[in-house]
Design a protein around this ligand. Sequence first.
Ligand code: GLC
Length: 436
Amino acid sequence: MKNKVPQPAPVAGDMDWFVQARFGMFIHWGTYAAAARHEWVKHNEEIPDGEYEKYFRHFNPDLFCPQDWARMARDAGMKYMVITSKHHEGFCLWDTQYTDYKATNTPCGRDLLREVADAFRAEGLRVGFYYSLIDWHHPDFTIDPIHPMRNHPNAARLNEGRDMNRYREYMRNQVRELLTNFGDIDIIWFDFSYPTAEHKGLKGKGREDWHSEALLALARELQPGIIVDNRLDLPPEMADIHTPEQFQPHGWVTVDGKPVYWETCQTFSGSWGYHRDEATWKSPEQLIQMLVNTVSCGGNLLMNVGPTARGTFDDRAVRSLHAYAEWMRLHARSIYGCTQSAFEAPQDCRYTQNGNRLYLHVFAWPFRHLHLSGLAGKIEYAQLLNDASEIKVIEAPEDKPLPEWMKPGSVTLELPVIKPRVTVPVTRSLTKMSVL
Ligand code: GLC
């Protein structure tokens, strides 16, 4: 045994289901899907409101069928979903009382958020809402370093007519709606703060601009047990989960040296919102390795899909989900309820562990032998996970010299020469004692 498995300090949110689940779906959907070139298109191209409005006027996802989305998420092995109720562009997917800039006023005329939430619950997934603190449409949201109008010659003067008090009130009202009118909400994902940003004399936004403490208190009051992320710019211990984005942590995530509950969010390709021409789609192997890596470091993976403006998952997203579905059908036991192991995995392998069940994910299939250190005399039985076929466990002989092909201090698994026909093979060992 090498390390101790980290144990995060208790938090206010209900973490039990979350660490069991390990795998969720992120959904970024708004009128930017029509532009189809990143959810930050309004910022990137500095598009004025009047012009950006065309995506709202033409937003008509005629093929929208949230039951299909939910079924694909469930088949992929995902246990929860977090959807953008409102992203930075300010467009709201639900029938909010507080703005006209909402799905029910587009040609589709539907409360998309409610339909998505209902459909995912019907498939047994938990439901979370992402809510953008940033709003590039609201007339009271002041122009700041990332606002589409940041380079407007009169930005500072235009800000004089904007009143963040009114915007804060708007946010509170909306958060109240989201956490009151949609049943049990398991996660609220506020996004994001940038207090130190500066551009041409404009200042970034943080806790004082959002009144973060009050927003957090409101969320906890309306939905006790709700899990809240760490992007409100509050002291880290007030957040339930920490959210490394677009990179793979290589160990348990810590903040100020202390282990925390964490969830990494990732994309199938480089954009969150639907991006027609973005081409860096990850391979099935990368996708599965990302999930395994995450759980082997004690975290959750929130994998994003950006639906098209017709309301569909495009073919590349469907193929990616299918890669997860195929693998999870046989290997989900090495993901759900698993966490980091105290043992150190051999080269090109990752361990996950659930009680005395130790799962070894083999990223590069070796020739015949895998040597496991620290486990001599501790393995009761080993098998491949995909077909439950036995893997022989070879202990070092006590009375004879060690054969040349063994490694001192290790126990050896005898593998088939041919790699099992799955993307990432997993062996499961039953250890004789609970090692957590
Ligand atoms: C960033 C981006 C955003 C995306 C989010 C997901 O904060 O602003 O577009 O929604 O990350 O984590």
